[in-house]
Design a protein around this ligand. Structure first.
Ligand code: PEP
Ligand code: MN
Length: 337
């Protein structure tokens, strides 16, 4: 259940209620909103009388949270979560655009990508230094060297860095360089990794597993929130189906569905979601039309020579055209880009 505090509730009253909740053997998690603070009381509350909490000082009301994902749910927080880190802002009225190559390959490539995507309007730079590859013989990423190149790209352009962390033991290293930790589709249910990313203090971009349900995605996000990290963005990147004309099937109904169920920002990845460059611009527009808070797009200065995912990467000109289309859709919806 959640304990909704009155607008004017003091910090002492919030602290008092946290103690009361913990005294009942429940976990208390404070969610600070713009208007008011709510405290999620998590655990087996079957024997807790909500009336006993309702009479607490500064308490407005106590309401049950029906969803299994307690902190991620809309019930716990009515207003959208807005995440800000460096050049990246997501969750408000502005559309965030995270763009860059699948992998960091060398300094020239990542700098050319960063400068070009920034000029076209991207608000953050993506690029993998640790790459999850289906085959152990494929390029695995430049690892720390790649992270250093991303840091140079940030210094040069001011763009915030979004990069994947593959393993729990790498979280401290990646967190030294990244602005946002990306948890990839293959790791969505790696619960130890979710916990350490949660504890890193950095915002997390959590990608949907190709076979994961919405509830599983939201419960995965709950691990990060439960570790004390409120800054989680969810990413729809396509799922496995019987269909073979695209690399994955990109279900965009998940965007309004997630907005109904959670306050967390929603990002769409039309690059992995389709697996074909020529399908990306329209699906990026469709994602914006569906209400996405952000896009993550693979852009490479020379997709033909890319060391990973070149077949789904936009070149600079294609990215500029995609931005133009997305801008028109965003404006039509009253969003800034
Ligand atoms: C990526 O963003 O390059 C990536 C590996 O994505 P996903 O985890 O969605 O496959
Ligand atoms: Mn990729």
């Amino acid at each position: 259940m959640i304990v909704v505090m009155k607008r004017a509730a003091s910090q002492a009253e919030v602290d008092h209620m946290v103690q009361r909740i913990e005294g009942l053997g429940l976990k208390a998690r404070v969610l600070c909103g713009v208007e008011r603070t709510v405290i999620a009381a998590i655990g087996d509350d079957r024997h807790t009388h909500k009336e006993s909490l309702e009479i607490g000082p500064g308490v407005e009301e106590v309401v049950p949270i029906l969803a299994p994902y307690k902190m991620a749910s809309r019930e716990a927080r009515k207003e959208p979560t807005i995440i800000k880190t460096g050049s990246l802002e997501i969750g408000g009225n502005k559309l965030a655009v995270i763009a860059g190559p699948c992998s960091v390959e060398n300094q020239e490539q990542i700098l050319a990508s960063a400068i070009a995507v920034k000029a076209a309007g991207a608000t953050a730079l993506r690029g993998g230094a640790f790459k999850p590859r289906t085959s152990p013989y494929s390029f695995q990423g430049l690892k720390e060297e790649g992270l250093k190149l991303l840091a140079i790209a940030r210094e040069t352009t001011g763009l915030a860095i979004v990069t994947e962390v593959l393993a729990t033991e790498d979280v401290p290293l990646v967190a030294r360089y990244a602005d946002v930790l990306q948890i990839g589709a293959r790791n969505m249910q790696n619960y130890r990794l979710l916990e350490s990313a949660g504890k890193s203090g950095l915002p997390v971009l959590l990608k949907r597993g190709p076979c994961a349900t919405m509830e599983e995605l939201l419960l995965a996000a709950e691990y990060i929130l439960d570790a004390g990290n409120p800054n989680v963005m969810l990413c729809e990147r396509g799922i496995r189906t019987f269909e073979a004309h695209t690399r994955f099937t990109l279900p965009l109904a998940t965007v309004p569905y997630l907005h109904a169920k959670t306050h967390l920002p929603v990002v769409v990845d039309p690059s992995h979601g389709t697996g074909h460059t020529y399908l990306v611009p329209q699906m990026a527009c469709a994602s914006v039309a569906a209400g996405a808070d952000g896009l993550i797009l693979e852009v490479h200065p020379d997709p033909e020579s890319a060391m990973s995912d070149g077949y789904q990467s936009l070149n600079v000109k294609q990215f500029e055209d995609t931005m133009r289309l997305c801008r028109a859709v965003a404006h039509a919806l009253g969003k800034e880009i």
